[in-house]
Structures are given as C-alpha cells and as structure tokens.
Design a protein around this ligand. Structure first.
Ligand code: GDP
Ligand code: MN
Length: 400
C-alpha cells in the first residue's frame, strides 16, 4: 500500500530528512492561501497514488499565488495517469542543481534488504539500471543485520560525495533505512534527492509503500486509511465491497468475470482466458471455505460490474465442497438478478451431490438456468474457458 507524497514527506520530516516547506490543499482557494503562506515561487504537485507525475503534467510551477490559483483550477479538474486529482501539495519551489536517487527495498532474488543510491536521479531507477548500471551503488544486508551510521558514510562516499554534503547524505540514507524498518515498508524512495544551488540537500519527492501484512501493528499508518489503497491508486467501490465480504478481489480491465474456486485457479484461470484471446475483468479468490452466501456475493459482484459481458466459473471442490458451491450459485440465481451468460465447471469433492442439487433445482425452476452452462469432470477446463470467451463476444449460447 502506497502513501501519498505529502504523507511520506511527513514521515521523512519526523525522521530528520529535510523536506521543502509545503502544505496540502483540496481546493483552488486553499492552494492560493498555501501559496501566500509560502510567499515564494511554488510547485503544485498532484497527489495521486502513482509516480511519473512530472512527465504526465502533474507537477506545475507557479510564480505567484494568482498563478498558483489559475494552475490549481486545471490540476484539480484533471485526471492524471488515470487517477482524478483530489488534492494538491503546494511546496516552495527549489533551485535544483543536481538530482540524486536514494531508495531502500527488498532484493527478492537474494532475500536481502538493499540500500540503493545513484548520483543521477529524477528519472526512474529502473531506467538508470538499464542504461548505466555501473552508476548504481548497492548495499545489501540480511534482514536480521543492521545498517550502521558508518554504512551511510561509505554509501555516500561511493555515490561520490565528500565534505559536508557527505555527512548529510549519510544521515539521510540512514534515516531512509530506519523508516523502512520502522514502518514495515516494501519500498522507501527519495527520487529525486535534490541538491540545491547552495549545496544543501532536500527530499524533493517521497515514496513509501508498506507491506499490508504488517498493517496490524502499524497504528499510525492505519489512521491514514492506507488499507483502502493499492501500490498504485485507491481501491474501487467494488473492491471495497468485496473486502467487506472477505472476498479477495481485484478489478482488471477486461470483460470476462472470473469466478474461480481458489486463488491458485484464480491466477491460472486468468492466464487461460488470456491465452484464449479473452480479457479477465477481475481477479478473485473465494477466501477459504466460502459459505453459500459468500458464493452468491461473488457472483453478484460480477453481475453488477458493467464491464463484465460473460462469467467464467471454475470450482475444484477441495476443503470447500461442490454441494455448498451449488447452493451458493442457486442462492444467487434465485435473486433473479442475473443478466449475463455463465459458463462454469465443477469437479472435485462432492461434485455428484453438487450436480444433483443443480438438476433438482433445474426441474423445479428451469428458467433460472436460461443463461447458465454447467459442465463437469467430462469437459476439459479449456473448453469451458473457451465458451466464456465466446459468450463475452456475444456468440450463441448452448444448453449445458
Ligand atoms: P514524479 O514525477 O511523480 O516522480 O514527481 P517528482 O516530485 O519527482 O517531480 C518530477 C520532477 O519535477 C523532479 O525530478 C524535478 O525535476 C521536478 N521537480 C519536483 N519538485 C520540484 C521543485 O520543487 N522545484 C523544481 N524546480 N523542480 C521540481
Ligand atoms: Mn519522483
């Protein structure tokens, strides 16, 4: 989960990392009064949960409070990188002489915490790594080892600092590492760390992403409401609804509603649909031993998603049994809300009983199954996935 720049900068300031003077504003009037308080040239920075704002027009400079107000009007009305701008961080503009990079993250290949620095910053570190990997300085430690102050000094030296700036860069590097541990972060990044014309150093940008599995012990971050966020962007209404029902769910940009049994097939099923030329509208997991009510809710989420043109269901009954699955599907069908075609397959634990429940219901209320194709063990999953792709394209329905 990602913090907004202004939140991350507050944590930076708490840990002694110099930041420019700045205030958060949510309206044109607030931007103007913030600019007046700063009383200098300002930068207006769109607060969205995404990087690359500079290139996308999300960072604007204003020479006066009037100009700030004018530019804020368009910024607050804009959608940048797909995210509506709801607030603007108004900051004293900097006379940047040089932009550097400092970041800490987890090296997933070596299972280490890695402090990364580069005398070239401002652009994405991945880009520098591709273009001139020799410029990048890395210090790795096991998770149970410490970074010491002298590591910060060696690090700053290797980036190419000396004298007073070396001491400052060393302290900032140490503080970035401390923040990483203190808040259970996955990534803490200062990009750019700006060296100003007078030689001083300030964090011009701040990025912190925290590990959601550690949120339970991060009271201060819970208060920021970070649980509603992704790495990029905030959760959609549907994702929030799913979370309340304890259904792991992510919106994607396709048109096939994915209704799998578990997370494993949730992922494999998305690959399968893509291989067959379709596009999943979501990722979903049933969240472990789902009740019929939760199964019904899963289908309702897909029915209510306007992107979804067809639903692909795959239940391999294990701990969660096919009879419960069938009951949940019927519970949903009985709401009478289904407008979209479903192709689904059911095998595994209690599948005969699941099929019997379906057949019984079909005898009594055949119309409930008008849009539903149900397949069993005799039909390969690829066939059912292909049916879902066809149904999403509006091709003829078969009776299942
Ligand atoms: P990002 O594009 O989302 O990473 O946002 P940044 O805050 O890193 O801004 C992008 C670029 O805008 C920086 O690399 C700087 O070159 C420039 N920039 C950011 N803040 C300032 C500032 O206060 N003054 C000036 N002159 N440039 C800034
Ligand atoms: Mn940046």
């Amino acid at each position: 989960m990602r913090l907004y720049e202004y939140e991350a900068k507050q944590l930076f300031a708490d840990h002694g990392i110099p930041i420019p003077k700045g205030f958060l504003a949510r309206s044109v009037e607030e931007v103007m009064s913030c600019a007046e308080r700063i009383g200098d040239r300002v930068v207006l920075k769109a607060q969205i949960l995404s990087g690359g704002r500079g290139k996308a027009g999300g960072i604007l400079v204003a020479a006066s409070p009037q100009e700030a107000a004018e530019k804020a009007g368009s910024l607050l009305a804009a959608t940048i990188k797909g995210y509506p701008v709801k607030s603007v961080y108004v900051e004293q503009a900097l006379d940047i002489a040089k932009e550097l990079y400092i970041g800490v993250t987890i090296d997933r290949v070596n299972y280490k915490v890695v402090l990364i620095g580069c005398e070239e910053g401002g652009v994405e570190i991945e880009e520098i790594a591709r273009r001139s990997p020799e410029q990048i300085v890395k210090f790795s430690r096991n998770i149970d080892e410490q970074f010491f102050s002298y590591d910060g000094i060696a690090f700053a030296q290797q980036i190419g600092f000396s004298g007073k700036a070396l001491q400052t860069v060393a302290k900032i590097a140490k503080a970035v590492v401390d923040i990483f541990y203190r808040y259970d972060a996955k990534l803490v990044e200062v990009n750019p760390l700006a060296q100003l014309q007078d030689g001083s150093l300030v964090a011009a940008d701040a990025r912190i992403s925290i590990d959601e599995d550690a949120l339970f012990r991060q009271g201060q971050l819970q208060k920021l409401g970070v649980e509603d966020r992704h790495e990029e962007g905030e959760m959609t209404d549907r994702e929030n609804q799913a979370r309340q029902a304890r259904i792991p769910y992510l919106d994607l940009d396709g048109d096939i509603g994915m209704f799998p049994g578990g997370a494993g097939f949730g992922i494999a099923g998305n690959d399968l649909i893509i291989d067959l030329g379709g596009r999943p509208a979501n990722f979903m997991d049933s969240g472990g031993g789902p009740s019929p009510e939760r199964i019904a809710k899963m289908l309702m989420l897909l029915e209510e998603n306007p992107r979804v043109k067809a639903i692909f269901g795959a239940r391999f009954g294990g701990v969660s049994r096919c009879d419960d699955f069938a009951k949940g599907v019927i519970l949903f069908l009985k709401t009478g809300k289904l407008t979209k075609p479903i192709a689904m397959r059911m095998t595994g634990n209690m599948w005969e009983e699941g099929l019997r429940i379906f057949e019984e219901e079909r005898k009594q209320n055949p119309h409930l199954f008008d849009k539903v194709e149900i397949y069993g063990i005799e039909t390969p999953i690829e066939y059912v996935a292909k049916r879902a792709v066809e149904l999403a394209r509006g091709e003829e329905r078969k009776t299942g």
